[in-house]
Design a protein around this ligand. Sequence first.
Ligand SMILES: [Zn+2]
Length: 204
Amino acid sequence: MYDGIVQDLIDEFGRLPGIGPKSAQRIAFHILQTQNFDVSRLASLLSEVREKVRFCEVCGNITEQVRCGICSDARRDQAIICVVEEPKDVVAIERTRQFRGLYHVLGGAISPIDGIGPDDLSIPALMRRLSAATEDGGVQVKEVIIATDPNLEGEATAAYLSRLLTSIEVPVSRLASGLPVGGDLEFADEVTLGRAFEGRRIVD
Ligand SMILES: [Zn+2]
């Protein structure tokens, strides 16, 4: 234990995901000892990000506008919606350059152990979005691609969504296998993820 604010800083870093006590200590001392470390830039970025970044009103992706760049891009195919867990998955799929449709970001996956159910995710919003598209004479959605993580929670979420989506008669597809099981979509390399996209199958 260190005295006063140094320990406060270490504790604060330690609360961040993926940062253990040792890393927290290393980061704190890096900041303390590096003369040219731009503390004020980091501080202002932290508050700016909080102030300016929000979730797209259509898809839930992060953006500094009301709608994200993908939803406001008229060249994207409005008839295909790819459902992912997190904004980082959008980035991973965009990197493959295989997909030109729109996204829907759930904000996580169904996980009974963590007390996360369908209503804690933007699943109701997805259903509203799909029915609104049909009712308002908007673009009819021709395919919903479920691209949740290839792990237990992701599979549970995909199964739940597929069942739910049969009620509105929209074709649903899943990414082809080949993705590392138990992993995160974002960690799949571009080629593997791209192939999984190309080889996606309609769920019956
Ligand atoms: Zn959006």
